[in-house]
Design a protein around this ligand. Structure first.
Ligand code: AMP
Length: 499
């Protein structure tokens, strides 16, 4: 099937051709004709499926006729986050370049007055986050009675973020005769209820199973104790030991944790950005831009960043915290292994997370191989530089150690008497060490090996998941044809069985 068979206008077809897309994705193929036929659509699709164009392209075709009136937008798109809203706007800019449409972005964190001025001029497409939209309607600067088409995007995300009451309020402000397009990756009961209330005889379009993880993503879990410093230390080791780490998103569950981890990684010399909902819009955009351009190879993020953001290649995803909702795991690791590329997803798991991990493994229908983190009983990491409100464990001498490391980060446990570099994959060359924008490279030396090979573990010490499939000691890999080059050397060491 080609785009020209979908009923899109010539202008829109020309814009699509200019982007180089030749074939509609399944969601586009299935949804676009229904949208153009003015049917309500229930689209069950994840980000990455081309779902944005599935509503933007027919909307552009339909909006070619007619004009906007002051304060009365013709169409409304609701997005859960500012970033997603901005991305949808980019789609209108890209595909609607040949049309004189007024597209307004109504999101929090930017000037209310400028938005109000834009609304006064008349808007063909209003893209909004629910809270700021309601601010405008409550102040009388916006009337939704002229909305002919409503898009509710990422509805399950809206549910997670507590926006469903706002969505219900907004839906009630829009005439009953409108057309509604509703997109969600999953269908929990609350979302089903909303679709039954606000959609009229919708065409259901489902393009993939909601809870599948990309095939090309190698997934691992690393066990740690409950100690926060141990989690951070484990993460740093993983980052430093990765031989093929191009860039990574590190997910935390809470905004506060994002801020703490960001500070901690910065203190340890990593080139890192942060992204969470409490940052102002310019800081979020700047961090995301730097990450996209490769200027900041690491991004610590809350789940705001997990869905929808179009970050083309992410070699690694780290779950610093195990997500509470298993769905979020799927979305998080969906940031890597995109477009058929290989990717690595590593989850740091403490004993508090066992239940959540079990739910994740159940959802994705597979066991995630386990490897041990830092040896139990190891003293608190001396090189850890805790964030201000944490225990100030620090040995200053460590801070004067060798500063050579991935992403400009200083090496932990460095200094005299280190063990020589362990055998592993080829070192990437070039680039000033640690400078921003320079290609990351693997480091030359290992910290003291924290692991000792287990003496032939008893069967009870090798749980069925993980160990058998987990990465093996380097000496095994010599005779092993499997390619573990995507793994940090840390994970290639022998694991220590719990006793
Ligand atoms: P989305 O699911 O809307 O976030 O889209 C994911 C990515 O697919 C974006 O980078 C789009 O630019 C891209 N894309 C959308 N439609 C197509 C298409 N028909 N062919 C190839 N790529 C597409």
């Amino acid at each position: 099937m080609s785009f020209s068979q979908l009923g899109l206008s010539d202008k829109v077809l020309a814009a699509v051709a200019a982007t180089g897309y030749t074939t509609p994705t399944p969601i586009q193929e299935q949804a676009i004709p229904h949208v153009l036929a003015r049917r309500d659509v229930l689209g069950i699709a994840q980000t990455g499926t081309g779902k944005t164009a599935a509503f933007v392209l027919p909307m552009l075709t339909m909006l070619e006729k007619g004009r906007a009136r002051a304060r009365m937008p013709r169409t409304l798109i609701l997005e859960p986050t500012r970033e997603l809203a901005a991305q949808v706007k980019e789609n209108f800019d890209k595909y609607g370049a040949g049309q004189k449409l007024n597209v307004a972005l109504i999101i929090g964190g930017v000037s209310f007055g400028d938005q109000d001025t834009k609304l006064t001029r008349g808007v063909d497409v209003l893209i909004a986050t629910p809270g700021r939209l309601l601010d405008h309607t409550e102040r009388g600067g916006l009337l939704l009675t002229g909305v002919e088409l409503l898009v509710i995007d990422e509805a399950d995300r809206m549910l997670d973020m507590g926006f469903i009451p706002d969505i219900e309020r907004i839906c009630k402000m829009i005439p009953f005769t409108r057309q509604t397009l509703f997109f969600t990756a999953t269908m929990p009961p609350e979302i089903r209820r909303i679709t039954e209330t606000f959609l009229h005889n919708p065409e259901k379009v489902e393009v993939s199973k909601p809870a599948t993880t990309a095939v090309g993503v190698a997934q691992f879990q690393v066990s740690v104790s409950r100690e926060p410093h141990e989690k951070r230390e484990t993460l740093r080791r993983l980052l430093r030991d990765a031989t093929d780490l191009q860039n990574a998103i590190i997910f935390c569950n809470r905004k506060r944790e994002v801020a703490l981890l960001y500070k901690s990684l910065q203190k340890h010399g990593f080139s890192v950005g942060a992204l969470h909902g409490d940052m102002d819009q310019s800081a979020r955009t700047a961090a995301l831009d730097q990450f996209r351009k490769g200027e900041l190879p690491l991004l610590v993020a809350s789940d705001v960043a997990a869905r929808g953001l179009d970050i083309p290649i992410t070699s690694h995803v780290f779950n610093f915290d195990v997500p509470h909702h298993a769905d979020d795991y799927v979305h998080r690791i969906g940031r890597t292994g995109r477009a058929g590329r290989a990717g690595t997803a590593i989850t740091i798991v403490s004993p508090l997370d066992f239940k959540s991990m079990a739910a994740i493994e159940k959802l994705i229908g597979q066991a995630i191989p386990k490897v041990e983190g830092i040896e139990a009983g190891e003293p608190p990491e001396a090189a850890e530089a805790p964030a201000r409100d944490e225990e100030p464990v620090r040995k200053p001498r460590r801070r004067n150690g060798n500063r050579e490391a991935n992403f400009g980060a200083p090496r932990e446990g460095s200094g005299e008497g280190r063990k020589p570099r362990r055998e592993r994959g080829p070192r990437r060359s070039g680039g000033a060490e640690g400078s921003r924008g320079s290609p990351p490279h693997v480091q030359t030396q290992q910290p003291e090996a924290p692991f000792t090979p287990p003496a032939a573990p008893a069967p009870s010490q090798t749980p069925s998941i993980g160990r058998a499939q987990a990465p093996r000691a380097p000496r095994d890999t010599a005779s092993e044809p499997a390619d573990h080059s995507h793994l940090p050397a840390f994970l290639l060491r022998p694991v220590r069985a719990r006793v």
